[in-house]
Design a binder for this molecule. Structure first.
Ligand code: FE
Length: 198
């Protein structure tokens, strides 16, 4: 499911026809069955949502060893949890701290950690977000209701077909004593894109 940035960021009006044509060729030649395609679409539309990412963040909040491994190389950790996606991309987890706030964008199109967050929200794919997240990230964050201290550095990570990012929000200070599933319930999709605090 990887894609080439250069030929798809202007989405053609006849995209549905192109998808249909591609599906027909792939299924007629026996590369993929329609049942497989339906299962993939169902998975990303209905079964996988931001809860997978929230489970990863909650476990990292609760378990320092897990967190260290996750920040070092997220891919084997995500695979162990059974959350690796079909897109076969490199996932990197980046941690928010009092000094650094991270936010994620795909400036060329809409690359996104599907396996952890499901399908991207429409604003993530909008031209305004893709351009302004880079040119004026603090303004964009303000519009999302995120006010940062002036001393907090903002880092913007540009996703690609090969590498996608998940933000680990800061653990709320009043969350001591909560178990992993209660922690996971605090973690929002936008928190993991970096456009919200938790
Ligand atoms: Fe993209």
């Amino acid at each position: 499911m990887s894609h080439d940035h250069d030929d798809h960021h202007a989405v053609p009006a006849d995209i549905a026809l192109r998808v249909k044509a591609l599906e027909t060729v792939l299924t007629q030649r026996g590369y993929v069955s329609t049942e497989t395609l339906d299962a993939i679409i169902d998975a990303y539309e209905n079964r996988i949502g931001p809860r997978n990412g929230a489970r990863v963040v909650a476990r990292a909040w609760a378990d320092p060893d897990f967190k260290a491994r996750l920040l070092d190389d997220a891919n084997p950790v995500i695979e162990e949890m059974g959350l690796a996606g079909v897109e076969g991309t490199d996932i990197r987890v980046i941690e928010n701290t009092p000094q650094v706030h991270n936010m994620v964008v795909c400036t060329l199109c809409s690359c996104y950690p599907w396996a952890l967050l499901g399908l991207p929200p429409s604003w993530y794919k909008s031209f305004a977000y893709r351009s302004r997240a880079v040119s004026e990230p603090r303004e964009v964050l303000k519009e999302f209701g995120v006010e940062l201290d002036r001393e907090t550095e903002v880092r913007v990570w540009d996703s690609t077909a090969e590498r996608r990012y998940l933000v680990m929000p800061r653990r709320p200070e009043d969350s001591a004593g909560l178990d992993e599933s209660s922690l996971a319930a605090l973690v929002t999709r936008n928190g993991m894109i970096g456009t919200a605090l938790v």
